[in-house]
Design a protein around this ligand. Structure first.
Ligand code: MBD
Ligand code: FE
Length: 308
């Protein structure tokens, strides 16, 4: 059977009108993007002969996603947030730019304006009996010189994989701190070793993943924003070596160069010096920042975030 040109042009006309091509108002780039997206959706409906029931299931799914505020979680789980990193890396390589510590996704669980302190912070509120973690490192430039007064903004999950604010059972800003590096570029925090994250089992993200035969787990990890005047903002995470999900992260954030080895500290003198007075786990991670070429590069990208 040949293609019916009347039918084809009917759909083309529909998509042009629905994308606002006939209107003088609106935004041209947005119209083009919507037109392309709607065309792809129509092609998918046609190719898979999507039934009305399947279509409305998908429409309702979007409502569920919004009701549970999981759209950004799904973006991470589908690898789209990681895809943005791939593109950013590609653009930097094509431009021949210097590279420092690798970037990786922010994820949906950042909360702005965590308490700020100089050199050191205790991140946990002491209410949880977790393995004590001493996390420390140095922020340096490409030449290996320490960067003083860099803001190291750190956030991580508790022993149940939950993040304060989103997990209302935790105190405000628990396991979220900003630390300014000292004159030697050094930062240190006392916290508790985080556990990996799992998507809410009854939520729409996990529901979609189930349909793909995928799990919704992340290895134990710690998030960082590292910034300093004159340097490109860095969004990254470290994964704790030894976790079963290290290379099986549902959000695709694990990268070479971002894996840290937790080490057991039994030395009483070291523990005493840190005010811990007991065996604990030490995690070391240093950062390399690259020089900014434009001042906008010094700040994190715009995105809807809690408390900012
Ligand atoms: C997380 O803790 C996270 O970092 C990401 C990317 C997605 C879900 C939970
Ligand atoms: Fe996380």
């Amino acid at each position: 059977m040949s293609v019916n040109p009347v039918t084809t042009s009917e759909v083309e006309k529909l998509l042009a009108v629905s994308s606002g091509f006939l209107s003088q108002q609106g935004n041209e780039r947005f119209k083009e993007i919507m037109h392309h997206l709607l065309g792809d959706i129509c092609q998918t409906i046609k190719k898979f002969d999507i039934s009305d029931e399947e279509f409305w299931l998908a429409v309702n799914y979007l409502n569920e996603l919004g009701e549970r505020k999981e759209a950004a979680l799904l973006a991470a789980g589908l690898g789209l947030e990681h895809y943005l990193d791939i593109r950013a890396d590609e653009k930097e390589a094509a431009a021949g730019n210097e590279t420092g510590t690798p970037r990786t996704i922010e994820g949906p669980l950042y909360v702005a304006n965590a308490p700020l302190s100089e050199g050191f912070a205790r991140m946990d509120d002491g209410k949880e009996q977790g393995e004590i973690m001493w996390l420390q490192g140095v922020v340096r430039d490409k030449q290996g010189r320490p960067v003083a007064n860099a803001v190291v903004d750190i956030w991580h999950a508790n022993t149940l994989g939950g993040y304060s604010f989103f997990d209302q059972s935790q105190s405000e800003y628990n396991l979220r701190r900003r630390v300014l590096t000292d004159a030697k570029g050094h930062y240190a925090v006392r916290s508790i070793v985080p556990c990996g994250y799992g998507c809410p089992p009854d939520g729409p993200t996990q529901k979609l993943l189930n349909g793909l035969g995928r799990h919704g787990n992340r290895p134990a990890h710690i998030h960082f924003f590292v910034s300093a005047p004159g340097y490109k903002h860095l969004t990254t995470q470290i994964n704790l070596n030894g976790d079963a999900y290290l290379w099986d992260d549902f959000a695709f954030a694990t990268r070479d160069g971002l894996i840290a080895d937790p080490v057991k500290v039994d030395d009483e003198a070291v523990a005493y010096e840190r005010g811990i007075h007991q065996p604990h786990t030490e995690v070391n991670f240093d950062f390399t920042l690259v020089a900014a070429t434009q001042s906008e590069e010094e700040a994190r990208g715009k995105r809807m975030r809690v408390k900012e």
